[in-house]
Write a protein that binds this ligand. Structure first.
Ligand code: AP5
Ligand code: MG
Ligand code: ZN
Length: 223
């Protein structure tokens, strides 16, 4: 199998984390989520976490130089040498260009940019109803994807919590930030022939199947 160097693109709430969890397990590549990395740093109160927290809580982006540095370091780890899936990075043209530089230095190329497309009113419903496991990070939704164990995680039994940035007001700010700062990446990767669109309104397992089909197609051509 050829190497899978994938970007999952999509607005807040589109389902990037949900799909990444399944695909990374299947394809055996690391799930590199800048949002998860920042949340872990905030929880551990590291200097990175302390500087990222106010941006995240308000729904703004963490400055590019900070974000680019942590992704460059993460891509240098051994487990990213045979493929990776980026979730939530890049989110600005500056980050996309920095990623190109990093990959070029490592003699790697992107396999595909998978864009999960969901309309705004649905995104708000998804974000405001999301629940995340404190222990293993599994993601649920009160209505669309309830945990079989109610207020506890169906995987590990851990307690579920709501992300601080999932209030309706902050969710709306995040969507605005996405449309201003991240949507230009759609044209950027379309021009390079890398973008694949997926209808993210479909049920979770159907979206997974579509992503699988797209990746299988890329793989048989690239092998
Ligand atoms: P980050 O953690 O990346 O958040 P995000 O991009 O806003 O995306 P989300 O995690 O909210 O959504 P998702 O697409 O993963 O959806 P999920 O699968 O959970 O970033 C957080 C913050 O960190 C940023 O605001 C910023 O401050 C900072 N940051 C991160 N990266 C950065 C970067 N590169 N540069 C600068 N700053 C950065 O699904 C959502 C809900 O919907 C769940 O409840 C799920 O169960 C449900 N759901 C999923 N799929 C479906 C479906 N098909 N049908 C019905 N329900 C579904
Ligand atoms: Mg996520
Ligand atoms: Zn759990």
């Amino acid at each position: 199998m050829s190497e899978m160097n994938i970007i999952l693109l999509g607005a807040p709430g589109a389902g990037k984390g949900t799909q990444a969890a399944v695909l990374c397990k299947e394809f055996g590549v690391p799930h590199i989520s800048t949002g998860d990395m920042f949340r872990q740093a905030v929880q551990a109160q590291t200097p990175l976490g302390l500087s990222a927290k106010s941006f995240m809580d308000s729904g703004a982006l963490v400055p590019d130089h900070v974000t680019i540095g942590i992704v460059a370091d993460r891509l240098a780890a051994d487990d990213a040498a045979r493929g990776f899936l980026l979730d939530g990075f890049p989110r600005t043209l500056t980050q996309a260009e920095a990623l190109d530089d990093v990959l070029c230095r490592r003699k790697k190329e992107l396999t595909a940019v998978l864009n999960i497309d969901v309309p705004e009113d649905e995104l708000i419903r998804r974000l405001t109803g999301r629940q995340v496991c404190k222990v293993c990070g599994a993601t649920y939704h009160r209505v669309f994807h309830p945990s079989p164990q109610g207020e506890r995680c169906g995987v590990c039994g851990g307690a579920l919590y709501q992300r601080v940035d999932d209030s309706e007001a902050t969710a709306r700010s995040r969507l605005l930030v996405y449309s201003r700062q991240t949507t230009p990446l759609i044209a950027h990767y379309t021009q390079r022939g890398l973008l694949k669109n997926i209808d993210g309104l479909l049920p979770i397992d159907v979206v997974t199947e579509k992503l699988r089909e797209l990746l299988a197609g890329m793989n048989s051509r690239g092998a």
